[in-house]
Design a protein around this ligand. Structure first.
Ligand code: C5P
Length: 229
């Protein structure tokens, strides 16, 4: 394959309040990780898939991937994550096949991101030749505040975008930016920009919201129930 998708699923997910790592929490009868792989296995052009899992759940991750893939495949692997999301992505990058030219990094926690969103970022990275990330316009009014809870100012929301994953990058650029990273960034696009790269934004998808709190999990369950009724 020419495209690889690194699915990071090694976080603990403490804000979800469950005793197991977030990607292994059930979402309407199947794990969040299993749900997040559905659109990836539905892509018209098969991609290399690298799932990054916590050491404690390697075996479960293998079972989930094998179940989704239907059979063992060279183009599907599970690797152990790190202490930070960035360390987990780095661990996924080390598993890329030689043929890979484009790398997508995706949060397993965005379990309902549709296949169309993966296709959109792949098409855009191919035509733009630079990193591409999905984002949505911000609908709330955003304030900058200080540590004593005083509102300092209103931020111009027309200039803001709430960004999601999958984020897509040319392989060489992403690998070089990771090699150069000297601190932690909250997403891969920030890391690329720190290394001097430029990143484009495309329309995100409301279904690609990140499951973080119990309320998000409930919303995801509700959306799945709506879709099956
Ligand atoms: O914690 P948060 O939901 O922001 O994490 C985003 C994604 O990064 C999740 O899918 C999580 O599993 C993953 N992650 C990881 N390794 C870490 C921390 C987070 O793979 N050490």
């Amino acid at each position: 394959p020419r495209v690889a998708i690194i699915v990071v699923a090694a976080g603990s997910g403490t804000r979800l309040g469950k005793p197991l790592p977030k990607a292994f929490v059930e979402l309407d009868g199947r794990s969040i990780l299993s749900r997040s792989l559905d659109p990836i296995f539905a892509l018209a052009d098969p991609a290399q898939i690298v799932v990054v899992a916590p050491l404690s759940h390697l075996e479960q991750a293998h079972d989930i991937v094998a179940h989704s893939a239907g059979m063992a495949s060279d183009a599907c692997s599970v690797v152990v994550g790190g202490d930070s999301r960035q360390a987990s992505v780095a661990s996924g990058l080390a598993a890329l096949l030689p043929s890979i030219e484009v790398v997508l990094v995706h949060d397993a926690a965005r379990a309902l991101a549709p296949a169309s969103l993966f296709e959109r970022v792949i098409a855009e990275v191919d035509s733009a030749g630079r990193g591409v990330i999905p984002g949505l316009a911000v609908s709330d009014t955003i304030k900058r505040v200080d540590s004593s809870a005083t509102v300092l100012e209103t931020v111009d929301r027309s200039q803001l975008s709430a960004v999601q994953t999958p984020q897509a990058f040319p392989r060489a650029e992403l690998v070089a930016a990771y090699a150069a990273a000297d601190r932690e960034f909250t997403d891969d696009a920030a890391l690329i920009q720190h290394a001097g790269g430029s990143v484009a934004i495309v329309d995100g998808d409301p279904f690609a919201f990140k499951i973080t709190t119990p309320w998000d999990l409930r919303r995801a369950e509700q959306l799945l129930a709506d879709a099956s009724s």
